[in-house]
Design a protein around this ligand. Sequence first.
Ligand SMILES: [Fe+2]
Ligand SMILES: [Fe+2]
Length: 292
Amino acid sequence: MPDAPLRVAQLSDLHISTSAGGYGWRDTTESFAAVAEHVMADPPDIFVITGDIANEGRPEEYGHAGAVLAGFGVPVYCLPGNHDRSDTFHTHLPRPGVVIQSTMKVGNWLFLFGDSNAGGLALHPRDGWIDTADRTHEAKGSFTDHEYSRLERQLAASGAEHAMLWLHHPPGSSRFFEEPEYDEQVRSLVEDTTVRAVAAGHAHTGITIDIGGVPSHLCPSTGLSMDFEAMTLMPPGYRRYEFRPDGSVQTEVVWLDDDRWSERHRLPEVAAEYLAGRATFEDVQAWLDTSS
Ligand SMILES: [Fe+2]
Ligand SMILES: [Fe+2]
């Protein structure tokens, strides 16, 4: 890309579900199809998918998501979220045009793709890093030592002028999650380095926050998103980016704001309590179980 910007679409938190109850509240397969159609009306150069692709990490969930992503006909880079089971993510999602890799270089830009799911992994003496029994509920962001030094090393060794760090868990978002160690690790990756911005998912919202002096852009879910100021549900959404050779990054959130998803339901009281630290994830889950 000599002078033209690199145009990227970020999709996140697809939560494709093949179980009977689905994701609850919203049909995530239908909303993902709507987002796919919307974004391909003006196709980007590449896609980055920032995790929670499958709701329960099932092979058939990756089968569905992978088929849609491969149909875009432009390169799709994927990284895992806490809902993605590491084993099935790696065995059932990749296919021609849909890849899982640690970095990508284009022009003078390095894209670093990180795995922030150390809480869902355990080191097995023979098999290396494997999924823990429950990868979903211990949802806090963290890196294994191995992954953190890999990110540091590849950032230092790439020789690229500018870098973009893509993650599932948003750093610097203590208003949602208390993750001081993770925040500190991301801060040291981005402070006084070539990292120009961070992009993340997981919070299912579209705000931008500061981490170590660079913007951290959160991406809405293609399924169920929230506005945590208004405390309402939002339509499906995604982000578009332009990466320029001078190191600048333009981005905007795109909401599918049409009459299919026009209602702004209020978030339940338990969600507000959870965000304020007065309710647990299990309380939210119990509310979802009784109301969907
Ligand atoms: Fe998610
Ligand atoms: Fe997540």
